[in-house]
Write a new protein. Structure first.
Lengths: 322, 331
């Protein structure tokens, strides 16, 4: 059984305006996303900004209440649970954010930050909590005296380590990583990625790993889902997806990655235009619409549920892009 | 030897702070030839943006100043120019684009007005002609429907379009040098590819030289002719892009290239790392600044004495720290 199962998740936001602040349009940030995540597995989520990847992340940990659809975690449907029932589930799922400077309270010492999850869950005495916090710091490669310092005293990489320490404090099963290394320098980035991999091996963690750096996602993930305008257009094992992309959007994304080897310079097929707005998205295949593909009209009204084309490799079956 | 378009010699830039004078750029030199692209790569705080700002003489005042060195544009030393003359150089000879166009553009003025302002500052022209020129420029940088876009505000444009507006503005007076400071860092890969492609096209059409500042080695490998690798305020390795990637000599360059996750790496394996962190500006060693993170065994002498610069052929040079100087092979 999978640890996390997301079924037809939709997250729509009303766009209000006008004199009476009425709903004038609906922003379909996430529009029918389904995937499974097994224990110990990493699912990568890629796509351009505005495609809904962070909204998926936030709905999965119920920082947002989905408009419809189910998020079944550990056998409980957390999309409908009450806040108090959620609290026990939250122990098991944590989140790491892009900018650790903004996700750590600047007025709390690192000790207070790390202790907070235990206090919320009413665990341990004060002495025990301090002891656990020191262990956590050691676990992520920081000295014990960091306990008494504030987050601004640390570099970006160290702050991200603190964010990771807080996330693993309660021994969770799932960590949602939303762009965990985007703000870091290359040399620090590999240190943090190694730490995440090591923790996964030791603690059996599952990751939902969101990043726009496709190389990073490939390196971290067992399977990768490609999102475009609120929908998953392709989902496959990482190596398979990168070697054998089937959807035109996946191909375009992969083609745009700069390769750090000047001998591999190439002429690219450039993608025209920007990601369209999820407010009033086009009918049918949104990417075919952007590319003005001659077969796009055929995709309007079609069932665009992902189809399995080879074991584990799912793709949106639109006539324009596959 | 003909005078190069832009030559920077022994540039040192410092900031006066509460803790005394901090040298952010220490003894940087490089040459930029007409029509070429020089990539400057390094991590945050290595001095790449400060170098760019000092070429334009746009250092934050009064704290920042050029301590010594020369910036020669076609043989003319920009560091000695009076402010008025420098103002003429900016835009006409050297222009700059920035990482976040949203903060560089005026949010309460239509983008067309901002381009027109740039044009009218530099050449006497009628408003109608300037407007026509702005529309042409916007079309040139690939903005669709420029006649409508001139009246739009920055927030109505996407990140990629905003960066195109910045480029149009920067190129309005045909500069000889364009400094692009992380121009694609805030953009998605697909839009990044569009912007890099645009810069290349415009460069081919105008023959301008580009200094491309980035932390992304992929971008460097794909777009630059030459590379300067900066670490802690100094250039540690410099040369044409091919030998730098094929035979990096400095352990820092080697480490940077190695620790990138590559598409053909086996997934979920431990990545090579550069341990530790950049030393603080407050206690920079006089000698090799990478020593504390260097994987090579070294004596403490390398920290105390400035390590010599060594050429290894065809323009490829490196700060040859004693820990690897004997192994330098010609490229």
């Amino acid at each position: 059984m999978s640890l996390l199962s997301v079924q037809n998740l939709k997250m729509h936001f009303p766009v209000r305006g006008g004199v009476f602040y009425t709903t004038q349009a609906v922003c379909k940030a996430v529009d029918g996303v389904s995937f499974e995540l097994k224990a110990g597995e990493t699912l990568g989520l890629v796509g351009e900004s505005g495609c809904g990847k962070s909204t998926v992340a936030r709905s999965v940990v119920r920082l947002l209440k989905p408009t419809s659809g189910n998020v079944v975690f550990n056998g409980h449907d957390i999309s409908t649970q009450s806040q108090s029932a959620l609290r026990s589930q939250r122990r098991e799922m944590q989140m790491i954010f892009q900018d650790p400077a903004e996700s750590l309270n600047p007025r709390h010492t690192i000790g207070q930050i790390l202790e907070e999850p235990f206090i919320i869950q009413k665990l341990g005495t004060r002495a025990e909590r301090a002891e656990w916090s020191v262990e956590l710091l050691k676990r992520v490669g920081l000295p014990a005296d960091a306990m008494f310092r504030y987050s601004f005293e640390f570099s970006g990489g160290q702050r991200q380590r603190i964010g990771i320490a807080r996330a693993i404090a309660l021994n969770p099963k799932l960590i949602v990583c939303d762009e965990p290394v985007s703000a870091l320098d290359v040399s620090v980035q590999s240190q943090v990625l190694n730490l995440l991999l090591e923790l996964q091996r030791d603690m059996g963690l599952s990751y939902l790993f969101i990043a726009h750096g496709l190389n990073v996602v490939k390196h971290m993930s067992d399977r990768v889902a490609v999102m475009y305008l609120g929908k998953i257009v392709e989902l496959a094992p990482a190596t398979e997806l990168y070697q054998n992309p089937r959807h035109a959007y996946t191909k375009a994304l992969l083609d745009a990655i700069p390769i750090a080897d000047p001998t591999q310079r190439r002429e690219r097929q450039l993608l025209r235009g920007d990601v369209p707005s999820p407010i009033n998205p086009p009918a049918g295949c949104a990417f075919g619409h952007r590319m003005k593909h001659p077969k796009w009209e055929q995709s309007v009204g079609m069932d665009l549920t992902l189809k399995e084309i080879s074991p584990g490799h799912f793709v949106q079956p639109c006539p324009c892009c596959t | 030897m003909p005078t190069p378009l832009l030559e920077v010699r022994n540039l040192r830039v410092g900031f006066q702070t509460d803790e005394g004078l901090l040298t952010a750029v220490d003894d940087v030199d490089f040459i930029l030839e007409a029509g070429k692209t020089l990539g400057v790569v390094g991590e945050s705080g290595c001095g790449k943006s400060v170098t760019a700002m000092s070429l334009m003489r746009l250092l934050p005042q009064p704290a920042g100043r050029i301590l010594s060195g020369e910036v020669l544009l076609e043989g003319r030393d920009l560091t000695k120019l009076p402010i008025e003359a420098m103002r003429k150089i900016r835009g006409n000879d050297i222009a700059m684009i920035f990482q976040e166009p949203m903060t560089a553009l005026n949010p309460v003025q239509p983008v067309g007005m901002q381009i027109i302002e740039a044009i009218q500052l530099h050449e006497p022209t009628t408003p109608a002609k300037a407007l026509r020129r702005a529309v042409e420029l916007m079309e040139w940088v690939g903005i669709p429907a420029p006649e409508q876009r001139v009246n739009e505000y920055p927030h109505q444009l996407s990140g990629g379009m905003r960066q195109r507006v910045m480029i149009a503005m920067a190129l309005s007076c045909h500069p000889k040098v364009l400094i692009a400071d992380e121009p694609t860092t805030a953009l998605d890969v697909t839009v990044q590819a569009q912007i890099l492609d645009l810069l290349k096209r415009l460069q081919n059409e105008t023959g301008m030289a580009v200094i491309l500042i980035t932390h992304d080695l992929g971008v460097i490998a794909e777009t630059c002719d030459d590379v300067a690798v900066m670490y802690a305020g100094r250039i540690v390795e410099r040369g044409p892009v091919y030998p730098i990637f094929a035979k990096p000599q400095h352990p820092y360059t080697q480490g940077l290239i190695r620790c990138l996750p590559k598409l053909d790496h086996p997934p979920k394996t431990t990545l090579p790392v550069i341990p530790g962190m950049v030393p603080s500006l407050r206690d920079m060693p006089a000698g090799c600044r990478f020593a504390a993170r260097c994987p090579n065994p070294h004596s403490t002498d390398v920290l105390n004495t400035r390590q010599p610069w060594k050429e290894c052929g065809s323009g490829h040079g490196v700060e040859a720290c004693a820990c690897f100087a004997s192994q330098i092979s010609a490229s």
